[in-house]
Design a protein around this ligand. Structure first.
Ligand code: ZN
Length: 167
């Protein structure tokens, strides 16, 4: 049922290997709590290579549409994934910890049994907005239901009313 994508990451990079295909969102279980539903597929491409400094890297692209949950109206919200990221394969814990200090570089440990599916899932989760919301005009809360406008409208009058009572 679940796809398995295990690569020897260093060999993959040194041989300029690449792997592409589609994964069903249903198999990305850690992603499910962010989603309105778990149907559909995402396209991925993982390419191994050496960068300009001969460091082994993986380039990962992930594309497709998912339905997140709008944090304002709790209805589904279509979101397009267009991820392109580059990961350095660190060959020791020491090297990995060096990259931790660099915000411009993302690195992972160069496992010879790298779970590429888990890696794809990690990258998707990292890319998601913290609090997804529809644009105002697309949100399913109608204007009269909007909590903010209700507060904005009623609060000044409530304040005024309480002022009148005290004087
Ligand atoms: Zn909404």
């Amino acid at each position: 049922m679940s796809d398995q994508l295990v690569i020897d990451s260093l060999e993959f990079a040194h041989n300029n290997q690449s792997l592409q295909g589609s994964i069903s969102i249903g198999n990305l279980e850690r992603l499910h709590s962010y989603l309105a539903h778990t149907s559909g597929e995402l396209a991925y491409l993982i390419s191994g290579m050496l960068d300009g400094d001969d460091k082994p890297i993986l380039e990962i692209s992930i594309n497709g549409d998912i339905d997140l949950i709008c944090q304002r109206c709790l209805k589904k919200m279509q979101y397009t994934l267009n991820i392109k990221t580059r990961l350095i394969l660190a060959q020791s814990e020491h090297e990995l910890s060096r990259y931790d200090d660099d915000i411009f570089v993302e690195a992972i440990y160069a496992s010879n049994e790298l779970d590429a599916l888990a890696l794809i899932e990690d990258e998707i989760i990292l890319s998601l907005p913290i609090s997804p919301r529809h644009q105002d005009t697309n949100c399913h809360l109608s204007s009269k239901d909007k909590i903010h406008s209700t507060i904005d409208k009623e609060h000044p009058f409530a304040a005024l009313a309480s002022l009148k009572q005290t004087h």
